[in-house]
Design a protein around this ligand. Structure first.
Ligand code: ADP
Length: 457
C-alpha cells in the first residue's frame, strides 16, 4: 500500500480524499495556490507545498510544479480528484514516467474516452446502445448535411474534446446547420484546442442517468448502480440522487451488466462513470465515460456502503476488489445538493468572505466541504463550496431530510444556491421523480413567489 499520497486538487474534494487517506493510515501532501494558503486541505495535510499563483493554469494545472512537489515530498501516488488534471492522459503519463502512481485509469483509456467521438465508436463496438450520429468527427459540410437529414432533426453538435457542458449546439432547422457547425468548431478550438465536432440525434426530454463502475488490475469489474442527474442548469448538475426514481431493478441489472461488459472490453481500471440519456420509454443511449471520481459519488456511497475513494486507492496500489457484484446491495435513497457560491437567481458567482457557516447535520446527513466561517471563497475556481448529501429509507424521507437540513442551515456573507434547492425540492415534478434535463429551464422561467427567496436567503 502507498505510504504517502499527494492530492492534486483543492476544496471539498481535496478534503474528501484526505479523509480517506487518514482513515487508511496514509500520509498526505497538500498542494495549493497562493490564493489557498489558509485552506482547510492545507491545514489538515501532513505536508504542504505551494505550487504557484492563484490562476489554475499557474498552479493546479501546473504539471512540473505538481510533479516536483511529489518528488520533494517522496509521495508515491497522486490523486487528481475531479476537474483540473484528473482527465489529462498527459498528466497520467508524466506521473508514470516519474514513478509516481496516478490514481485513475490507464492513460490510454483516459485518452480514448477523452475523445468523445472515438469513445462512441469503442462503446458501440462493445455493445452499448447509441443515439444515431456520426461515426467520427464531421469531415465536411456536405456530409454533415446528409447525415443530419438521415438522422432527422433536431440534432446536437458536440465537441469531440468537450466537457463541463461546454461546446454543444442544438440545431432544429437544416438552414442553421452549417453555421452551427462552423461556430461550434471555432468555439471548440478556442476552449479545448481541438476544433473537431460530431453530430448526434438530439433527444427532446431525456433523463440523465449514469452508472458508477470500479475495475481492478485483475480483471474484476463491478457496477455500483446508477445516479440520476437530470436536474441541470446549462448542462451542469445541481442535484443528483441514487437510485433513479424511475429505474426498475430489472433494468438496473440489465444496464449494469451492459456497462460492466463495455468496461471490460476496454480493460477499464479504477473508478469510472458511464453516462447515458434515457428517453420517455426508458430506452438508454450512451453519452460518454468520465474517467475519474465524480462530484456526485457520495450518493452511491450512501446506498451501497462502498467508500469509492478508498477503493480507488486500493485498486491503484494493485489490490483486488474486496467484493463481487453479488455483494453489492442497494438500500434506501440518497440525494445530493451542490451548494454553490452563486446568486440563486442570476447564477452570478458570489465569492468573498463567509461570515457564518452552519450547515445543519442530523441522522443520515453528510456534508463534504472545505468551507468554514471566516474563510474567503476565492474568485479563481469553480463555485462549489459544499455538498449536502442525505440518506433516507426511501425517496420521500430523503427529500424531507434534505429540505429540513437546508432550512436549518445558515450561510452568511456570500450568496448560495440553497434557496434554489429549496424551490426544486418543493416542485411537484421533482417530487414525482419525473424531472428531465429541461426541468431547470421551466423552473427558472417560472418566477419564485415574491419574498420567498429573500426569506430563505
Ligand atoms: P459534458 O461532457 O460537457 O458534460 P455530455 O455529453 O455529458 O457533455 O452532455 C451533458 C448534457 O448535455 C447531458 O446531461 C444532456 O443534458 C445534454 N445532452 C448531451 N447530448 C444530448 C443529446 N444527444 N440529446 C439531448 N441532450 C443531450
Amino acid at each position: 500500500m502507498f505510504k504517502k499520497i499527494l492530492i492534486a486538487n483543492r476544496g471539498e474534494i481535496a478534503m474528501r480524499i484526505l479523509v480517506a487517506c487518514r482513515e487508511m493510515g496514509i500520509k498526505t501532501v497538500a498542494v495549493y495556490s497562493e490564493a489557498d494558503e489558509n485552506a482547510l486541505h492545507v491545514k489538515y495535510a501532513d505536508e504542504d507545498i505551494c505550487i504557484g499563483p492563484p490562476r489554475s493554469a499557474d498552479s493546479y494545472l501546473n504539471v512540473p510544479a505538481i510533479i516536483s512537489a511529489a518528488e520533494i515530498t517522496g509521495a508515491d501516488a497522486i490523486h487528481p480528484g475531479y476537474g483540473f488534471l484528473s482527465e489529462s492522459a498527459y498528466f497520467a503519463e508524466v506521473c508514470e514516467a516519474c514513478h509516481v502512481r496516478f490514481i485513475g485509469p490507464d492513460p490510454s483509456v483516459i485518452k480514448l474516452m477523452g475523445d468523445k467521438s472515438r469513445a462512441r465508436r469503442a462503446m458501440k463496438k462493445a455493445g452499448l446502445p447509441m443515439l444515431p450520429g456520426s461515426d467520427g468527427p464531421v469531415e465536411n459540410e456536405d456530409k454533415a448535411i446528409k447525415l443530419a437529414r438521415d438522422i432527422g432533426y433536431p440534432v446536437i453538435i458536440k465537441a469531440v474534446a468537450g466537457g463541463g457542458g461546454r461546446g454543444m449546439r442544438v440545431v432544429r432547422n437544416p438552414d442553421d446547420l452549417t453555421h452551427a457547425i462552423r461556430t461550434a468548431q471555432r468555439e471548440a478550438e478556442a476552449a479545448f484546442g481541438v476544433g473537431d465536432v460530431y453530430i448526434e440525434k438530439y433527444l427532446e426530454s431525456p433523463k440523465h442517468i449514469e452508472f458508477q463502475i470500479l475495475g481492478d488490475h485483475h480483471g474484476n469489474v463491478v457496477h455500483l448502480g446508477e445516479r440520476e442527474c437530470s436536474v441541470q442548469r446549462r448542462h451542469q448538475k445541481l442535484i443528483e440522487e441514487s437510485p433513479s426514481p424511475v429505474l426498475s431493478d430489472k433494468l438496473r441489472k440489465k444496464m449494469g451488466a451492459a456497462v460492466v461488459d463495455a468496461a471490460r472490453a476496454v480493460q477499464y481500471t479504477n473508478a469510472g462513470t458511464f453516462e447515458f440519456l434515457m428517453d420517455a420509454e426508458n430506452r438508454f443511449y450512451f453519452m460518454e465515460v468520465n474517467t475519474r471520481l465524480q462530484v456526485e459519488h457520495p450518493v452511491t456511497e450512501f446506498v451501497t456502503g462502498v467508500d469509492i475513494v478508498k477503493e480507488q486507492i486500493r485498486i491503484a496500489a494493485g489490490e483486488r476488489l474486496s467484493f463481487k457484484q453479488s455483494d453489492v446491495v442497494f438500500t434506501g435513497h440518497s440525494i445530493e445538493c451542490r451548494i454553490n457560491a452563486e446568486d440563486p437567481v442570476s447564477f452570478r458567482p458570489s465569492p468573498g468572505l463567509i461570515r457564518t457557516f452552519q450547515l445543519s447535520t442530523g441522522p443520515g446527513v453528510r456534508v463534504d466541504t472545505a468551507a468554514h466561517a471566516d474563510c474567503t471563497i476565492p474568485p479563481y475556481y469553480d463555485s462549489l463550496i459544499a455538498k449536502v448529501i442525505v440518506y433516507g429509507r426511501d425517496r420521500a424521507e430523503a427529500i424531507a431530510r434534505m429540505k429540513r437540513t437546508l432550512e436549518m442551515s445558515v450561510i452568511e456573507g456570500i450568496q448560495t444556491t440553497i434557496p434554489l434547492h429549496l424551490r426544486i425540492l418543493a416542485d411537484p415534478e421533482f417530487v414525482a421523480g419525473k424531472m428531465t434535463t429541461h426541468f431547470m429551464e421551466r423552473l427558472v422561467e417560472s418566477k419564485p413567489a415574491s419574498g420567498k427567496l429573500a426569506a430563505a436567503g
